[in-house]
Write a protein that binds this ligand. Structure first.
Ligand code: BG6
Length: 458
């Protein structure tokens, strides 16, 4: 066996990180636009104001995606671009942009995949309480209805939220991402409640409009632990550890995925919060737990490997170990184990909606962008994913993060993830060597990837 013929090879982006046009054609401010400019918040005083200027250059970008041979492209909608104040009036120019983008993709033979919330809440709504406001799920529902009525007839793949773990942890607990807040556990619980309801209302809107034609999920992230050795005990220990909530409850896998897929929170959550725990009425549970069509997730690394006696393999973080510029260890096996663990737990086809590597790429003297480390990273990670395909795990697709170099949130422009290099002075695009290499992977449907044994050996 190998990757299925209809396996969706693709690449991803997020609105704030590539679009620019921060106030173009009636767009309203999002929390990153309004709060990110304060000194010290985004590295070197940078911002996503212009970013890759994808808003004005999307046609050129889609042509490059076509050259790379993408089968799908995942992008997010900027809520304040289409509803400048978050609710009420819509901005026709904003809707037109996404409509044109979808047409351009379809004409290029690339399937669009829409993320509805990738972290840029309209500032006007944040000023009214944001995700803490009891009406926030209704605001989201109104916004999603606009998107679905504009794009629904042409878009099949939908994701409600991108990584609730990360935007809550970084933005509302650590205070290092917009809106730069430090919420208490009580506030994080209230926010979780509203986000789960917002997810449910979004699913309902999409399903009502598109029925089973739509394939819907959301994209959580969280730690997947890799077994120290392939014994039943070590595998079980790594699986259990991947499911456990740990200290950072909002960062865990099960805090988000269990309510959505099983209609209940993990027991650990009840043990921890007791009568402070979130409660839903029966009707609300039904909303939160509607049928989803696949299990998608974002994954870049594994924290460490676990055996029957706990942490057994801390060698991922030895001095001088392979690391990305984001300081993430390179652990290719995590793609195999995550696919295996998540398909086993949630019994759905699996879709990797983000995976990639940040490096410091530049244009060489010969005018090309040589990024052998990204090619090696991809060969290894995809070689490990191929093992899951070979073993018959139901895999729907793989989405490289990011299609092009982008504004890395609070990190600014230093770390480059793209398959396409962007010179942020001139906005000139150059497909990197890895982009050309990925084209071959897509054309051959992964047939030439290394075996798991070779790929995992670092
Ligand atoms: C994911 C996000 O967490 O990882 C992306 O969905 C982000 O938006 C990517 O850019 C890379 O993360 P980082 O920490 O390098 O910014």
């Amino acid at each position: 066996m190998s990757f299925k013929e209809q396996f969706l090879w693709g690449a991803s982006s997020a609105a704030y990180q590539i679009e620019g046009g921060f106030d173009a054609d009636g767009k309203g401010p999002g929390i990153w636009d309004a709060l990110g400019h304060k000194p010290g918040r985004i590295a070197r005083g940078e911002s996503g104001d212009i970013a890759c200027d994808h808003y004005h250059r999307y046609q050129e970008d889609v042509a490059l995606m076509k050259e790379i041979g993408l089968k799908h492209y995942r992008f997010s909608i900027s809520w304040p671009r289409i509803m400048p104040k978050g609710t009420g009036e819509t901005n026709p120019k904003g809707l037109e942009f996404y409509s044109n983008l979808v047409d351009e993709l379809l004409a290029a033979g690339i399937e669009p995949m829409v993320t509805l919330y990738h972290w840029n809440m309209p500032y006007a709504l944040f000023q009214q309480g944001g995700w803490l406001h009891p009406d926030s799920s209704c605001w989201f529902e109104e916004y999603v209805s606009q998107v679905v009525s504009t794009l629904g007839s042409r878009v099949r793949l939908w994701l409600t939220f991108n990584e609730p773990q990360m935007f809550m942890f970084l933005g509302y607990q650590m205070g290092v991402h917009a809106p730069f807040e430090h919420y208490s556990d009580e506030q994080l619980l209230a926010m979780t409640r509203n986000i789960l309801l917002a997810h449910g209302k979004a699913v309902k809107v999409i399903r009502k409009a598109l029925g089973d034609r739509a394939l819907i999920s959301f994209s959580p992230t969280g730690d997947t632990f890799v077994p120290a050795e392939e014994t039943p005990e070590a595998i079980q220990a790594a699986y259990d550890k991947s499911l456990s909530m740990g200290e950072q409850f909002i960062f865990s896998n099960t805090w988000w995925a269990d309510p959505v897929f099983f209609g209940r929170f993990p027991q650990e959550a009840h043990d921890r919060f007791g009568d402070r725990m979130i409660s839903f009425s029966e009707e609300e549970w039904a909303l939160v737990t509607q049928k989803l069509d696949f299990f998608s997730y974002n994954i870049y690394q594994s924290m460490a490997s676990f055996g029957p006696h706990g942490l057994e393999n801390p060698e991922y973080e030895y001095p001088g170990c392979p690391m990305t510029t984001a300081n993430w260890c390179v652990v290719p096996e995590c793609l195999y184990w995550s696919a295996r663990f998540w398909s086993e737990r949630y019994q759905l086809p699996v879709f990797v909606t983000e995976n990639g590597v940040s490096l410091m790429d530049w244009v060489s003297l010969d005018g090309a962008v040589h990024d052998p480390l990204r090619i090696d990273f991809l060969a290894r990670y995809l070689g490990c994913l191929k093992r899951a395909a070979d073993e018959g795990i139901d895999l729907m697709g793989y989405t490289y993060w990011n299609i092009m170099d982008e504004c890395e949130w609070a990190g600014g422009y230093k770390d480059r993830y793209g398959l396409i290099h962007v010179d942020f002075r001139t906005l000139k695009r150059t497909i990197k060597d890895s982009g050309h290499w990925y084209r071959r992977v897509i054309e051959t449907n992964g047939e030439e990837l290394p075996s798991y044994r070779e790929a995992a050996q670092m």
